[in-house]
Every structure is written in C-alpha cells, then in structure tokens.
Design a protein. Sequence first.
Length: 324
Amino acid sequence: MPQSPIAIAPTTEFIRVPTSILRTLEKTCVDLFLQYDKAELPVLYCDAGYPLSGDRIQNLASDQEALFVRASDYADFSQDLANSLEAALEDERLPVTNRYELLQCAVSVEIEHSLRMVNCDYYVAQTETIAGQIVGLFDGNQVLPAELFDIVRHDHNTFVHVTNVAGYVILLAKELGYNDPDELEKIAIGGLLHDLGKRKIPSAILNKTSRLTPQEWECIKQHPQAGYEELYLRDNLDHGQLMMVYQHHEHLSGKGYPVGITEEEIHPWAKMLAVVDVFDALTGKRPYRNPISSDEALEIVARGAGTQFDKEIVACWASAMQQR
Ligand SMILES: [Fe+2]
C-alpha cells in the first residue's frame, strides 16, 4: 500500500523519475518517493515490491509529474527499468509515438543521472543500449519527421537535447542514404554522447539567462574537447563517434571551435550532427530565449549552408523536415 508520508533524512539524495516511465514497470524494485512541495524533501510513496498497476500510475500521473528514487538505489532501479523498457519498446500494440516518448523519457532519466556521476563508463554502456533501441524504432519508416518533431518538443529539459539530437541525426543519416544498422547505431550513440563535455561546465553558466562574459564563453567552448578527452581511450567507440563529440561545433569556413578546422577535415558524421544540434538548440527552449518555429530554424540553418554547414546535409535536413 502507499505509505503515509515519512520524512527522509535531509542528507539523502534523490533522482527524479518522470511518472510516465513508471508505466512500463509492473512493480517497483526500490522505494519510491514523491514530493508534495518543491521546498520540501521527497517523502516515501511506496515500498520496494509494491505493484504498479496502470490505473494507479495513471491517477498518480495526473497530479505528480515525477517520483523520486534514492540515488543509492538508482543502479538497481535503472537495471529494472532497462529490462521493462526493452519489452515496452518491442510491444507492437503500443503506438510508435508512445514508444518514442517512453524512450526519450528513459534517456532523459539516464542522462540526468549520468551527468551527476563521475563514472563515464556507466554512461557509455547505457547510451549504447538506448541508441540501439532508437534505431529499432525508426526502422520501417514508421516515424515521420512531424511526429518525431511534435514528441520531442514536449519536453524542453536541457538533458533531452541529446536525445532529440540522437533521434534527429539518425533521421538525417537515413535521408542521406545511410542504411547499415551498425553504422546508424554508432551515429545515434555519437548523438547521445556529443555534449558529454558539458558536465565540466558549471550549471550556473549553462543556465545563465543573461549574456555570457568572454570568460564564460571560453568555458562553454571547452566542452567538445572535454568530451573527447573523456572518451578517446575507450575501445568501444570508433573514430567517427569521437569526431562527433570533438568536431560538432566546427564550421566549414574554419570559424568554429575548438580548433577551427575546415571542410574536408571535419568528419561527415560531425557535419550531420552540427546541423541537427543547431536546429534543436533553436527550436528548443533555452534559459536565455524562447524557442522558434521549425520553419524559422530551417531558414537560419539554410543561411549557414556552405559556410557553417555542409550544403547537401542542410538540403537533406530541410527535405526531411518538409515531409511534415
Ligand atoms: Fe555542443
């Protein structure tokens, strides 16, 4: 049974879990908590092992958008979630749009958690699994750009940016003629990992609503290199994926960062990522400005064709988006 509220020691740390993702679980393997008031600590909602029927979660979801798990329980919870999510993603009775939403939700939970962690191996392992599932969902062309676009726009959370980008970059790669599932999976993984280096940027800078100082801007510009340095020794990532991390802010003209390389020096996967990264940055809500429409974003991206971005890639992205 749901428990009457029990205050938890203030030192306990919690991870936020969107209620919608709990629909994939038959029961919880860890204690779940809810927060009545943002100023207060979460309180116990139900014990580990408590069955989570659809109705119960449905009712809960109407007034609580998220529950919490203890950070110390997160590894168990995440494993349980990954197993049930896999089954949900293969359930053909669920519309593809719902499956993508669940996936995105799960990715955002994982990323939120991983960004708090120093251990990068864990992050890489999770993104690989999830990236494989992204590709699976896109197979058979069931997800049109319009549907994809609408769903990803639901959540403007900063963490969701990389899942948007992973979804977008696969869509773009397919439009450009990539069709090898292994290659697509690698590209999706690169998309999920591309901003890993932002963990090194203080959140006060990432969430700043006013103009960045030159020093803060220099700090932001470190993130491709920081991400690359975290990843380059791993034997489960290949060159193209690392270049997606390292080169996604480079411009064909040489005016990008961190190095200022040009045209042929930029890996094709990084060129694809650059387009969808900016597209998502423009169409998503950011602390310093409101989102713009996809048509306006396409126009802005088109203005950079040939100088900032590869022309063919921009044209392909516009044509994918115009299928809406
Ligand atoms: Fe970036």
